[in-house]
Design a protein around this ligand. Structure first.
Ligand SMILES: [Zn+2]
Length: 246
């Protein structure tokens, strides 16, 4: 590991060689290499995380390039996981990048979550979000969750590795509340960039232990008004995902 590469981390109060080494030994599972996953993956690789497991079963489309800054024109038509892995390896050869080009389900998803130190939900549908949350509850892994649409973004951290806190499903109960997609609604390009960057901040703090994570709250960003709000999250004792676990 090059000390020079991480000199601006090592100059930070609270971030020494031990924190950088902890980061180097850590694995992040990133589900979704799109508008949120692009900045999250770029920052995690640049920061020197040990391993990134990148799961995305989609291919790069020309409409992705307006916000998915991990990809270039030459990637259009290529599988996202593989294209992402190529760019991330070029950015930092210290980081092992494992692309997963199929949809992780059930036992495979749980196994991938178990191998991770932190999980980032960069997806855009409730079905995958609930399944990923359930796997993180079961495996007791910290989950960093982000979303962005139109001019709005949101971020939440669920420390499911610790007892007593809420999970994603405590917050969102009904699968009927279909998560709206960027396809029909549009999204201002940098909005997922803002949220994906915040996801990287939280994941880096969890993986390195350099600062406490911002868990137990939902952060809402309104890009029209440049307005930030925070809501405190409470665990729902009747939650179908974590109610029986804690
Ligand atoms: Zn819950």
């Amino acid at each position: 590991m090059s000390v020079d590469r991480y000199a601006r981390h090592l100059a930070l109060a609270g971030f020494g060689a031990a924190e950088q080494a902890r980061l180097r030994a850590a694995t992040a599972l990133v589900i979704g290499a799109g508008g949120l996953g692009s900045p999250a993956l770029l920052y995690l690789a640049a920061a020197g995380i040990g391993e990134l497991v990148v799961s995305d079963f989609d291919t790069v489309d020309v409409t992705n390039l307006q916000r998915q800054v991990l990809f270039t024109v030459a990637d259009v038509g290529r599988p996202k996981a593989e294209a992402a892995a190529g760019h991330l390896r070029e950015l930092n050869p210290d980081t092992t990048v494992t692309p997963v080009g199929s949809r992780l389900l059930d036992a495979e998803l749980l196994a991938a979550v178990r191998q991770a130190d932190v999980v980032l939900d960069c997806t855009d549908n409730f079905g995958t979000r609930f399944a990923l949350n359930q796997a993180c509850v079961q495996a007791r892994k910290p989950l960093v969750s982000g979303a962005a649409i139109r001019y709005e973004g949101q971020l939440a951290v669920f420390r499911l590795d610790r007892p007593g806190g809420p999970c994603y499903r405590c917050l969102w109960q009904e699968e009927a509340e279909e998560l709206e997609s960027c396809r029909g609604n549009g999204v201002l390009g940098p909005v997922p960039g803002v949220i994906g960057s915040l996801m990287a901040v939280e994941a880096l703090k969890i993986a390195s232990g350099c600062a406490p994570s911002a868990d137990g709250k939902l952060v809402l960003y309104d890009a029209v008004e440049n307005d930030w709000r925070q809501l405190k999250l409470e665990r729902d004792p009747a939650c179908p995902a974590c109610g029986a676990e804690q």
